[in-house]
Design a protein around this ligand. Structure first.
Ligand SMILES: [Zn+2]
Length: 479
């Protein structure tokens, strides 16, 4: 059997339809791999249809452009050049005429290239969309491989082009973000009193992570910080945002926009739960009048867990043969330290920072006492010191977690999966050799968070209304 596939182009001008053959399919005896189209045939078919369609679209447009749109006089052709336009279904070379400017026009330029001016980007928006979307989810290399496998792109797609498109999209997003402000609180108490009853509180998690730097400052500073945030509302999916603080000039605006997108109302409560890092402590100030700032319980427990493991290591080292609880002179008593740690956790859980700091001091005392402390003991002492600074720096943000928990209030945002892991690690640090510039990482994070928030397609549809897939309202034909 032979199947010939033709494209029939019917012009609006009422000229006879043009029929163009795009593919011929040959089929022998029926086999699983021969039923319907193969991927290779589908690609050929799409490329063929695309070339035919585009050739006619361009020809029609160019014909319309020959005459001056204002006075109708023909504009002589000054020359031509070829423009390359990349689409989902192949790279196209379009013949773009250069026309002399019409005498009726203000002559700021002697000639114009209407087709080239119509396509300043030279890449179909849908191709840019797919490249950006997949590059946000997987490496640039895999993105190229995936798209080349399923689309008739030809061999021309490469990681440099994908990178460039990601950069352009990210910069466009950044350009639309709006200016940074020291504070974003709108209106005054009287206005807020008149607002409708607000939704339940918004919960915001702010967390720092690290990615490997492409150009490390030194051998010890081979990475830089990334801040990731998550905004949860009582009903509906959380949304995330991220930035590289060293290069971001508008982090507060970014956070405020995320809050607004989750419906923030000025009389609504917002609870910020941060990891207690220096970079994120100041960020939530002056964004919402009714805000509270807490240290995320998850981050306290993580540090306690690490110290607990160090104490276990110490126990194994100090008494290899002894049972836990055996007390030996001059040796560190790991069992007692373990109990102190438990008590420390209990007091922090109940917001008793004063007592917690006393216990930390006791631990420091114990660890400093041996005349010849082991490496493990020194490491543990360092961790305990750091923990004391951490609790001191964040003491005004340590609530009674137990109380909040019993009242169903947020104490952490990261129990299910760390936002840093979801937003940053899965794409940017899973391989040791993945290295980033600060700007490159910041840009990729802008598109990645859009993709994770399932917002990238809508963004493109806003830029290119023709990408909307909802059915267009039917146009009534004039009788
Ligand atoms: Zn004219």
């Amino acid at each position: 059997m032979r199947v010939r596939i033709q494209v029939v182009v019917e012009s609006d001008a009422g000229e006879p339809p043009v029929v163009q053959e795009v593919a011929t399919l040959e089929r022998g005896p029926l086999q699983p791999e021969g039923l319907g189209l193969t991927l290779a045939e589908a690609k050929d078919l799409l490329r063929g249809v695309q070339e035919t369609l585009v050739a006619h679209q361009v020809a029609e447009f160019v014909t319309q452009q020959v005459c001056c749109p204002d006075c109708g006089r023909p504009r002589p052709r000054k020359g031509r050049h070829e423009i390359v336009y990349r689409t989902l279904f192949g790279k196209l070379r379009l013949d773009s005429p250069r026309l002399y400017a019409c005498p009726c026009q203000q002559r700021d330029r002697a000639s114009a290239s209407p087709l080239a001016e119509l396509f300043p980007e030279r890449t179909a928006p849908e191709l840019t969309y797919l490249e950006t979307k997949f590059a946000a989810l997987m490496s640039y290399g895999l993105t190229v491989e995936l798209l080349a496998e399923i689309l008739p792109l030809g061999v021309e797609l490469n990681t440099t082009a994908v990178r460039r498109h990601v950069r352009n999209v990210a910069e466009r997003l950044e350009g639309e973000l709006g200016a940074e402000q020291p504070h974003f609180i709108e209106g005054c108490q009287r206005d807020w009193n008149q607002l409708p009853r607000p939704d339940p509180p918004l919960t915001v998690g702010l967390d720092g992570g690290y990615v490997h730097a492409r150009y490390p400052q030194s051998r010890t500073e081979g990475s830089f910080e990334v801040i990731v945030g998550k905004v949860l509302k009582a009903d509906g999916d959380p949304i995330c945002f991220a930035f590289v603080p060293n290069v971001d000039t508008k982090p507060k605006r970014r956070l405020f926009k995320a809050l607004k997108s989750q419906g923030l109302q000025m009389n609504q409560r917002v609870e910020f739960l941060t990891d207690g890092g220096d970079t994120v402590r100041e960020l939530p100030l002056y964004l919402a009048p009714e805000s509270e700032h807490w240290l995320d319980w998850f981050h306290i427990t993580m540090r306690l867990t690490v110290m607990g493991q160090m104490i276990k290591g110490l126990a194994a080292e100090s008494s290899p043969g002894a049972k836990p609880g055996d007390d030996e002179d001059g040796r560190l008593d790991a069992t007692s330290m373990d109990k102190q740690l438990e008590s420390l956790k209990w007091h922090l859980w109940h917001g008793n920072v004063y007592r917690a700091l006393q216990i930390v001091e006791d631990l420091e005392w114990d660890l400093e006492s041996p005349a010849a402390p082991s490496e493990r003991a020194k490491k543990l002492l360092k961790a305990v010191h750091e923990f004391r600074h951490y609790i001191e720096a964040n003491q005004s943000s340590i609530p009674n977690y137990g109380d909040r928990y019993r009242h169903g209030e947020a104490i952490a945002t990261s129990f299910a999966e760390s936002t840093v892991n979801q937003v940053v690690s899965k794409r940017m640090v899973k391989k040791q050799q993945m290295r980033w510039t600060e700007r490159g990482a910041h840009r990729l994070l802008q598109v990645r968070t859009r993709v994770l928030n399932e917002d990238l397609r809508a963004t493109f549809q806003g830029w290119y209304p023709g990408m909307r897939t909802d059915p267009e309202p039917a146009v009534e034909e004039a009788a």
